[in-house]
Write a protein that binds this ligand. Sequence first.
Ligand SMILES: [Zn+2]
Length: 294
Amino acid sequence: MTLYKQIESITNIPWYYLAGIDQYERNVRQARRDLPKAEGITGIYIRPEIWAGILNPDITDENPLSIQFFNGFGLDGNGDKKASLKNDVDILYTFAHYLQSYGTDHDNIKIGLWDYYKRDKTVGIIIGKARLYKHFGRINLDEHAFPLPVRSHYSYRNTWGAARGWGGRRSHEGTDIFASYGLPVRATAYGIVEMKGWNRFGGWRIGIRDINNNYHYFAHLSGFAKDLQLGQIVEPGMLIGGVGSSGYGPPGTSGKFPPHLHYGIYKDNGYTEWSFDPYPHLKLWERQERNKKK
Ligand SMILES: [Zn+2]
């Protein structure tokens, strides 16, 4: 936070955009094997040849003058006369300075991000993170909640990857939590409602994007929480809908299987999104909440 505020004071790029970009890149690096692990505080990865300049014979160049000569990206942010990829201030300052060349308001920052990443989804994810950071005014938004009240009756086991019980040939991308009809379904993370609506298989569904590039998917709901809207910011534990048995037909079809919550998590790695097993997370969040209530 100190670092983001410091860069904001020099470049006028609001800290929450810097935090959003940094967090996005950190998550992408964690999810991919072709990128080196972050060594400093910042997660932003800039390829050495881009930093030093494509035609620069020395890709480890830290001299701001020769980097500039070869049209490199790297700048000296902390005033030590070096533009170093090993220095957090230099990296963040360089990125912020790049955005600053577009302007410091929301629309221009978005254009700068698009020119840099060339992917709508990435820009959307970063802007979402920035909104969350701005809204809550802090960078620690990692808390989670179990999707159902932990003191209610429900049951689930690990069925990830199993053949689907109800139609469809895709393997099962989630965990089914069986519970009684109408039991409250709650947001599992800090995030933004990215999708809300009907799908032939999933019935009434909600998708929430969290601060770690994860997309939380809730399906077969009985309905949505009153006033829940697309784009809304949610917190862990917030009511979003009810357990139901909707799906497998046109809008409103219900009761073709026992009521349960289908819960899935998808991760974005910067170019694609894939499903991973939510079961260990569910177990963890359930245990954490039970311990908290003791
Ligand atoms: Zn399911």
